[in-house]
Design a protein around this ligand. Structure first.
Ligand SMILES: Cc1cc2nc3c(=O)[nH]c(=O)nc-3n(C[C@H](O)[C@H](O)[C@H](O)COP(=O)(O)OP(=O)(O)OC[C@H]3O[C@@H](n4cnc5c(N)ncnc54)[C@H](O)[C@@H]3O)c2cc1C
Length: 320
């Protein structure tokens, strides 16, 4: 078994899900090869090697500073052709999913997206994923004689903390890095804010918060818990919060330790993006709201009374 990990970086820092992929590869066993593409990949490759990433291919080029799917797919397809892995894994983040669809098509392998477990059953690799809004658990196998491309849902596997590895600098043909488009700059939407895909705790707001005038209430609860702020699509469509906060089928898939759904009804398109959260707390004034079907803790009440009370309690705990 040979697993090829595509580690990703953002702004020169490794995406934490990269370390989770190492754990997934270790659990499968066999040879591990990891690749990192950046303008200066060497220090990132060193960090990956110290966390047990096996042979780490460091590919440096100025055109690889930002994730450009076309350039990245060309470089990765070349390396995969050289290394001939059985399995290619990457993070099921926004960028990871966009890259892997293109990459699998380029190499001609089968693809399973947003997988929650990869296992070896006999000789067969099995990727387990939720389908149809989480109502079906599917085991996906690869029948092609090409590598199996799998994106792994963040926050399922713990980060690999240590292990062995060696760094190998890989030179790539400049022509491979050239693409029809160039990413010149990436602007971070709000500095310092934790992204919902990386957060351990998320406070997500729904249409029931009624308007932007009530966002401070949501933000204060999030601050008291060190949480990221997410939202349902209704909130995004109303223009109350940026698209980057949207959780669900057409937004982000999240898997935090704690998800607090605040005045969110629990439409299937929302549930599909958050139902694997470890603990779900739902606050809704409608006792029949579908969100309560997936909640571990249900608070039936008016958000405008419950949220300030919770915030006060958490702030007091923080001070104590
Ligand atoms: C193709 C497609 C893709 C979609 N993708 C997504 C997606 O990615 N993410 C997503 O979220 N949705 C998505 N949707 C939309 C989805 O179907 C729902 O319309 C949306 O999730 C509803 O958002 P909401 O729960 O905030 O609003 P509502 O359904 O209007 O629910 C508001 C809730 O707030 C409660 N409430 C009101 N006032 C209070 C109060 N004072 N205190 C406590 N509770 C209160 C109400 O009881 C209600 O349950 C998609 C839809 C389609 C068709």
């Amino acid at each position: 078994m040979k697993t090829f990990i595509v580690a990703l970086q953002k702004g020169g820092a490794l995406v934490p899900a990269s370390f989770e992929l190492i754990t997934a590869a270790k659990e499968i066993g066999g040879e591990i090869i990891t690749v990192i593409l950046a303008d200066d990949a060497a220090p990132l490759a060193q960090e990956l090697a110290s966390r047990g990433a096996g042979k780490v291919l460091a590919v440096s080029a100025s055109g690889l500073a930002h994730l450009n799917e076309e350039a990245y797919a060309k470089v990765l397809a070349e390396l995969i052709g050289r290394e001939t892995p059985d399995l290619v894994i990457g993070p099921a983040t926004f960028y990871g999913k966009a890259l892997f669809g293109r990459l699998a098509a380029k190499v001609g392998g089968a693809m399973a997206s947003d997988v929650s477990k990869i296992s070896l059953q006999g000789e067969q690799l099995v990727a387990t994923r939720l389908q149809y809004g989480g109502s079906v658990v599917a085991d996906v196998v690869n029948n092609a004689d090409k590598p199996f491309f799998v994106t792994v849902r963040p926050k399922i596997y713990p980060e690999s903390q240590d292990g062995d590895g060696e760094v190998v600098s890989e030179a790539v043909d400049e022509a491979l890095v050239e693409a029809g488009s160039t990413v010149k700059e990436v602007k971070v939407e709000s500095s310092g804010a934790v992204s919902v895909t990386e957060a351990d705790v998320i406070v997500a707001a729904g249409r029931g918060i009624k308007g932007t005038e009530n966002l401070p209430m949501v933000n204060q609860l999030a601050e008291s818990l060190g949480a990221a702020v997410g939202a349902s699509r209704a909130v995004i469509d109303a223009g109350w919060m940026p698209y980057s906060a949207q959780v669900g089928q057409t937004g982000k898939t999240v898997n935090p330790k704690l998800y607090i759904a605040l005045a969110i009804s629990g439409a299937i398109q929302h549930l599909v993006g958050m139902r694997t959260s470890k603990t779900i707390v739902a606050i809704n004034k409608d006792k029949d709201a579908p969100i309560f079907n997936v909640a571990n803790y249900s608070i039936i009440g008016d958000a405008f009374e419950v949220v300030p009370a919770l915030t006060k309690k958490f702030q007091a705990e923080l001070k104590a």
